[in-house]
Design a binder for this molecule. Sequence first.
Ligand code: HEM
Length: 80
Amino acid sequence: MGESLADDSSEFLASGREWRALLLWGVGLFEAVNRHTSYLHDGRVRNFTEAIIWHDGEAKASRDRFLELSEQQRTELITF
Ligand code: HEM
C-alpha cells in the first residue's frame, strides 16, 4: 500500500508496506458494529473517501481512478 501506510513492521512473508486487502463485503455495517468510523489498520481516517485516498502501491491505480470521478460518481460508488 506504499510508503504512506507502511509501519515498517514485517510479519512472516509480508513487508512493512504490505497489508492484507480487506473484503469490503459488509463494510456498510462497519459503523453499526464497531460504533465508530475509523478506517484502515490504525484507524487514521474517518470515512470511505479518506480511506480510498490513502491507497497507494498496488492500489494506486484504483485510487487515481477514484480521484478522476465526478462528485456524483464518487457518491454513487460509496453508496454502492
Ligand atoms: C474501487 C476500489 C477500492 C475501494 C472502493 C476500496 C476501499 C477501501 C476501504 C473503504 C478500505 C478501508 C476498510 C476498513 O478499514 O475497514 C480499504 C482498505 C484496504 N484496501 Fe481498498 N479499496 C479499493 C481498491 C483496492 C485495491 C485495488 C487494493 C489492492 C491492490 C486495495 C487494498 C486495500 C488494503 C490492503 C486495505 C487495508 C489497508 C490498511 O488497513 O491500512 N484496495 N479499501
